[in-house]
Design a binder for this molecule. Sequence first.
Ligand code: RH4
Length: 130
Amino acid sequence: EEQEEDVLRELRLFLRNLTERLMLDRRFKAFTKPVDIEEVPDYLIVIQKPMDLSTLLSNIDEHKYVTVNEFMSDAYLIWQNALEYNPDRDPEDRHIRHRACALKDTMRTIIRHELDKDFQRVCEEIRESR
Ligand SMILES: COC(=O)[C@H](Cc1ccco1)c1ccncc1
């Protein structure tokens, strides 16, 4: 009903604000757009489900997420894919992995500090009712 749509609208506002703040952080520049397949032709062979911050933003606007956990499942792909595709000891791989971990930790900290637990529970109830 209308009250449920008000809750989901507020969730989308929170997730958009979170995602846009991450896109502004220079550490996370490599995660803002899909990996360029022309530049990295084997990327889709190694990585089954690519994900990036601009795609998260599109998904939010397409009402893909009813709960924070659904959003975090896609957001974690950014971190997991970076670790999987860049596993070596060389500095470039270590750099992107460190930034991927910082992205994950920053996202989790913002959610823990800024999203009300009762609000999250209401979103879960809406998901279970559909
Ligand atoms: C999320 O971004 C990536 O996984 C690419 C993979 C990549 C390899 C070569 C070009 O791009 C990346 C970008 C910048 N620095 C390291 C790796």
